[in-house]
Design a protein around this ligand. Structure first.
Ligand code: NAP
Length: 247
């Protein structure tokens, strides 16, 4: 059996402070990668947990990636420190539910800036670095971006955009040895879904074939696979990680 070994690889994970991004960072570290982690804040306990086994393989780059310049600066910082980038995981995201007619312009803008514009900026900057060595980009989309959901107009549009970005970037970057895929999680227990409340939770659970919510680690396992050489012949794909929510 091939074991996933990412020793010597440099990975950049956005939104890595908690939830799905934190689980992804943990999985990549366990596979031997050096992880550059971005978010606006991170708890000391989360940093301590990540640094417990390989402290020199965790590097923090705190900042708001909604600003195009900070996304570009993030990749410049990775280049100055490591001179390479092998893995980019565009995970940072926000969800601000509101019914049609009640969605503020500010929420539309913020949702697009963080969920869609920042992955575009990061892919642009990262592709230049990855073109030297090859690489793997994984975007965190959502089942909502594929299927839609009430109260999620802006979020669904941003995640549908991520699906388009994934396919377009995969076509353009394949000749350079850069693979681009996405995962589309369903209902995963994190701070994001906790804010949706019990009624949405109950309704979501009813639609899941496996009968339970997913965990951040279950999404992280799929991301780890796509980042690794086990997925070396896979690009342009959207992998649903939803427990059979949509079959
Ligand atoms: P979460 O627990 O709310 O975590 C979101 C992460 O994004 C945090 O680390 C947050 O850190 C970071 N972030 C938010 N805005 C940022 C900004 N402007 N700059 C830098 N970092 C920022 O959410 P999650 O559930 O783990 O979601 C992770 C990804 O999965 C998102 O893209 C989400 O849309 C997607 N997803 C989640 C589910 C689900 O059921 N949970 C389902 C489908 C897709 P700071 O707040 O400290 O910046």
């Amino acid at each position: 059996m091939m074991i996933i070994d990412l020793s010597g690889r440099i990975a950049l994970v956005t939104g890595g402070s908690r939830g799905i991004g934190f689980a992804i960072a943990r999985r990549l570290l366990a596979a031997g990668a050096t992880v550059v982690l971005n978010s606006r804040h991170i708890d000391d306990s989360a940093v301590a947990e990540l640094r417990a086994t390989a402290p020199e393989q965790v590097h923090l780059e705190l900042g708001d990636i909604a600003q195009p310049e900070s996304a570009r600066q993030l990749v410049r910082n990775v280049f100055s420190r490591y001179k390479r980038l092998d893995i980019l995981v565009n995970n940072a995201g926000i969800m601000r539910p509101a019914m049609i007619g009640m969605i503020s312009d500010e929420d539309v803008q913020a949702t697009f800036d963080i969920n869609l514009t920042s992955p575009i900026q990061l892919i642009q900057a990262a592709a230049r670095l990855m073109a030297r060595t090859g690489g793997s980009i994984v975007n965190v989309a959502s089942v909502v971006g594929l299927e839609g959901a009430p109260g999620q107009l802006a979020y669904a549009a941003s995640k549908a955009g991520v699906v388009g970005v994934t396919r377009a970037a995969a076509k353009e970057l394949a000749p350079k040895g850069v693979r681009v895929n996405a995962v589309a999680p369903g209902y995963i227990e994190t701070d994001m879904t906790q804010h949706l409340g019990d009624a949405v939770r109950d309704q979501s659970l009813q639609s899941i074939g496996l009968g339970r919510a997913g965990s951040p680690d279950e999404v992280a396992d799929a991301v780890l696979f796509l980042c690794s050489d086990m997925a070396r012949y896979i690009t342009g794909q959207i992998l649903r990680v939803d427990g059979g929510m949509v079959i």
